[in-house]
Design a protein around this ligand. Structure first.
Ligand SMILES: CC(=O)N[C@H]1[C@@H](OP(=O)(O)OP(=O)(O)OC[C@H]2O[C@@H](n3ccc(=O)[nH]c3=O)[C@H](O)[C@@H]2O)O[C@H](CO)[C@@H](O)[C@@H]1O[C@H](C)C(=O)N[C@@H](C)C(=O)N[C@H](CCC(=O)O)C(=O)O
Ligand SMILES: Nc1ncnc2c1ncn2[C@@H]1O[C@H](COP(=O)(O)OP(=O)(O)OP(=O)(O)O)[C@@H](O)[C@H]1O
Length: 530
């Protein structure tokens, strides 16, 4: 299809001439064809395949194979892609990449050491061979999303366009799309990059993604390490193993790329020391040591704002007033701020942009309880995150703190006791409830909740809406209620009527005005009591 035909097509579709360039790129990528031999050679994969074979696209799920596709078989955690090779061929795959020794294939079979890694490399070469963008990678247990949203806000307020890949959503060319994973798989990522007209790409990079080569082939301009605390030990053997996964991101910096490391924790200090040994430009934040580069000097609360002062080495402090609260958000703001400066944003403009930032979805989202209390919805699901959230309420003079939370099914169970401990220490009453079941049953999860000793400071109400409602009814003036774990996500137990914690709070707020009986009946029909 040539450009003339495409412009006629666009006219018919009423696409404005101004956006032709974007649509051309998109359509041309859709119709891109490449010789298999060329694709393999350009990656240094030495396989002899017939010159005539052309690839019309790449697929790693047999169900999505289109005629002319290259199918990459992946040995996964749930399924083995090699078992679906026949299916892929039946749908028109013209060549296969896989890890197993599989003789007698009816189409060329390229055996590689690591299919996931090769998938990323072929996807990059096929969909996004020439990089023209600035890449920022953010890793760490907590704070990736918030830092990513803050950074994007600063950059966009200064005229830059950003693609964002995050656990809340992905956004490319100003259009949002749902993300199955925090870090998209490499095939999806490179397809989206091919489509992106944005200058900057901000990527949350999880430890799962690093192990699974989802960002293989990206060369980063800046990589940020936010922190490391216990999580995901269902996937990683231990904390060292988890840290090693995170460390991989910093091997993907461009030669002149910069590492921005939060050194307020031992993992950050270890990482920074290692990077400096390898002569990688490293900006350290908040160290106890003498040689930090930026320090978060002060966090004070003035009415509804958080005033922070960041001191740069031997320079004046930068003061700003943020409407997002909590020391963790002060740390995130500092990381976003210093990264923006690396991208040549002037200090005063970075500050004014941060001051107009209103928060990332589902992160320390505040509502006023009608009796004069504060209700916070937050994505906290680690001991560390609980500590920061609950401490913030204490610093803001909370009279009593109520905390509603649960644990995801089929995820790290070893972190649960310490989450309960920190909540028991910092809050006045806990209501344990269910979080996403993730293929476990509510009965199993309820039985697990019952094994914890709540020290007479809590109870279990498995139905999440009822738990929130109970805590809501206990609130008086000056009290704080934290509902944590789900943030902006809809709760997935009642799949037919998924609701987010925010929607529940809004329903409760409305019921204070006039709809209490309606609300009650909705609870009863959708959430039969335990
Ligand atoms: C455990 C895990 O990480 N799984 C991830 C992994 O799945 P997998 O490759 O093992 O998939 P699989 O289901 O075993 O299938 C293997 C292969 O067979 C293929 N297949 C399968 C069926 C079929 O009919 N035909 C076919 O070809 C599949 O397309 C796949 O290529 O690779 C997929 C593609 O990248 C991911 O979507 C998937 O994430 C699952 C959904 C998941 O829940 N992951 C979580 C643990 C995760 O990654 N979380 C982090 C966030 C962590 C944090 O908060 O810090 C994230 O980045 O999202
Ligand atoms: N810098 C931080 N240090 C510790 N806790 C934090 C920090 N930033 C945020 N948190 C807490 O962790 C929760 C998740 O934050 P955020 O979504 O920004 O992190 P994340 O790394 O993207 O997490 P996930 O990968 O689970 O989505 C927040 O709701 C907050 O409670």
């Amino acid at each position: 299809m040539d450009k003339l035909i495409l412009s006629q097509l666009f006219k018919k579709m009423s696409i404005s001439p101004r956006s032709y360039r974007f649509h051309f790129t998109y359509f041309m990528k859709e119709f891109i064809r490449m010789q298999l031999a060329h694709l393999l050679n350009s990656l240094g994969l030495n396989y002899t395949v017939p010159d005539l074979i052309e690839i019309t696209g790449i697929a790693n799920n047999s169900k999505e194979v289109k005629p002319g596709n290259l199918f990459v078989a992946i040995s996964g955690h749930e399924a083995d892609g090699h078992k679906y090779i026949d299916h892929a061929i039946s749908l028109g795959a013209v060549a296969i990449i896989g890890e197993r020794n599989l003789p007698d294939m009816t189409v060329p079979y390229i055996q590689v050491k690591n299919s996931r890694k090769t998938l990323a490399l072929v996807a990059k070469q096929y969909y996004y061979p020439k990089n023209t963008k600035t890449f920022i990678g953010i890793t760490g247990t907590n704070g990736k999303t918030t830092t990513a949203f803050m950074l994007r806000h600063i950059l966009e307020n200064n005229g830059m366009t950003c693609s964002l890949f995050s656990s809340v959503y992905n956004e490319v060319n100003g259009e949002k799309n749902a993300s199955k994973n925090t870090t998209s798989d490499s095939l999806e990522l490179y397809k989206q990059l091919a489509n992106s007209q944005d200058q900057i790409v901000i990527l949350e990079v999880t430890s799962h993604a690093l192990i699974q080569h989802r960002v293989e082939g990206i060369e980063f301009d800046c990589c940020i390490f936010t922190n490391l605390s216990q999580d995901h030990l269902d996937y990683h053997l231990n904390m060292e193993d988890y840290f090693e996964a995170k460390r991989l991101l910093f091997t993907m910096l461009k030669p002149a790329g910069k590492a921005i490391i939060n050194t307020n924790n031992d993992w950050g200090l270890t990482l920074a020391a290692d990077l400096e040994r390898r002569h990688i430009q490293t900006i350290k934040l908040f160290g106890e040591e003498q040689d930090f580069h930026l320090e978060l000097e002060q966090v004070t609360y003035i009415k509804d704002l958080m005033q922070i002062v960041i001191t740069a080495q031997q320079q004046q402090g930068y003061m700003m007033h943020l409407s997002v609260l909590g020391e963790h958000n002060a740390l995130n703001a500092t990381m976003a701020f210093v990264t923006a400066l690396q991208l040549s944003i002037p200090v005063n403009l970075a500050i004014s942009a941060l001051e107009s930032f209103r928060g990332a979805p589902g992160r320390f989202e505040r509502y006023k309880h009608p009796k004069g209390g504060e209700v916070v919805i937050d994505y906290a699901h680690t001991e560390d995150a609980f500590f920061y959230c609950l401490t913030t309420a204490k610093k803001l003079g909370a009279r009593r703190i109520f905390h509603v939370f649960g644990f995801r099914g089929n995820r790290d169970t070893t972190k649960r006791q310490s989450m309960i401990d920190v909540s028991l220490e910092l809050s006045d009453f806990i209501i344990l409830t269910l979080d996403d079941l993730n293929n476990e049953t509510s009965t199993t999860l309820k039985a697990q909740l019952e094994t914890y000793d709540l020290n007479n400071k809590g109870t279990i109400i498995t139905d999440r809406i009822s738990a929130i409602k109970k805590a809501w009814s206990m609130m008086e003036e000056g009290d704080w209620l934290f509902i944590t774990g789900k943030g902006q996500e809809p709760y997935q137990q009642t799949v037919t009527h998924p609701r987010s914690d925010g929607e529940v709070v809004e329903m409760l707020l409305k019921s204070q005005i006039s709809h209490s009986s309606l609300l009650e009946s909705q609870f009863l029909t959708q959430h039969p009591s335990n």
